[in-house]
Design a binder for this molecule. Structure first.
Ligand code: SF4
Length: 287
């Protein structure tokens, strides 16, 4: 049985940086509370908790003296609020997300109504929206379900960094079709990071050449679920697992080629454990 590991899998640079920052502070024995979950992966969360890094929903719930912004970033008010509460703030915002914050802020200041293509409940989108201030609308639907108070005469379109390029293109078309009568100017800034699209593309390609796909990642990780859906749509038997312990040996019976991939919140060591478990079942990693 051949084991083929996707060339694009696991932690993106932003999440890796944030987790490594937390580990560094934990080594200095500073108890940290992250504002929201650092990553949608229970194994990482558990490992960090053992080192003194736990999660709080907001600054109000922080009990210790140090809090951290996760890779998803937050709005501009968090620094002041932390200062007023006497909390030291560590900023692990992904530098790409940080750039989007400044783009949103500058476009709103230049008089654009900022429309963010993204899940309005997602922490990253909420943070970008707060940087834009009042002139902002975050939505995955166009026309938006909630009535907007914006005039939409001068529109700037941005995207949540993890949205797919094709979906953003469709969204842009819908906005253009319905707004051109009213809007005097529409500006599009491609703020998609591309990591998740690249992972999906590599997984799709891999799924087409194997007879079983194992997709590793937290059950709550939307990105891992999308990866598993992509593989299943390629017509191959696919299983979404969190850990090596979930592999059912029956899945491997009669299989010659097994593909492995993982979502952006899955650490290398969990992927390595899955590969090692497949090797114990007689698999050999294809270089
Ligand atoms: S997906 Fe891209 S933008 Fe988002 S945290 Fe990862 S590297 Fe940063």
């Amino acid at each position: 049985m051949e084991i083929i590991v996707s060339r694009k899998k696991g932690f993106c640079a932003g999440v890796r940086r944030a987790v490594e920052m937390m580990e560094r502070f934990a080594r200095e024995e500073v108890p940290i509370e992250t504002l929201g979950s650092i990553v949608h992966n229970p194994q990482v969360v558990e490992r960090l908790a053992a080192k003194g890094v736990t999660a709080a929903e907001s600054l109000v719930q922080v009990r210790g003296g140090t809090a951290a912004i996760t890779a998803h970033g937050m709005g501009p008010m968090v620094e002041e609020e932390a200062k007023s509460r006497g909390i030291r703030l560590i900023d692990a915002t992904c530098p790409i997300v940080k750039k989007v914050h400044l783009i949103a802020r500058d476009l709103a200041a230049a008089g654009y109504d900022v429309v963010i293509f993204g899940d309005p409940k997602h922490q990253e989108v909420r943070g970008i929206a707060e940087w834009a201030g009042e002139r902002v609308l975050a939505t995955l639907e166009w026309p938006p379900l909630a009535r907007s108070k914006l005039s939409l005469r001068k529109i700037a379109l941005l995207s949540q960094t993890t949205q797919g390029e094709e979906d953003f293109r469709l969204f842009i078309n819908k906005v253009l079709e319905s707004s051109l009568g009213r809007a005097r100017e529409v500006r599009i800034v491609n703020t998609i990071c591309g990591v998740t699209d690249a992972q999906k593309g590599a997984a799709r390609e891999l799924a087409q050449g194997v007879d079983l796909m194992l997709v590793i990642g937290g059950r709550a990780s939307a990105n891992t679920r999308h990866l598993a859906e992509t593989c299943a749509r390629a017509g191959v038997e696919t299983h979404h697992i969190e850990t090596a312990g979930e592999i059912d040996p029956n899945w491997l019976r009669g299989k010659n080629r097994v593909g492995v991939t993982a979502g952006t919140s899955t650490p290398d060591w969990v992927i390595e454990e899955v590969v090692a478990a497949l090797e114990l079942e007689g698999g050999e990693v294809l270089a």
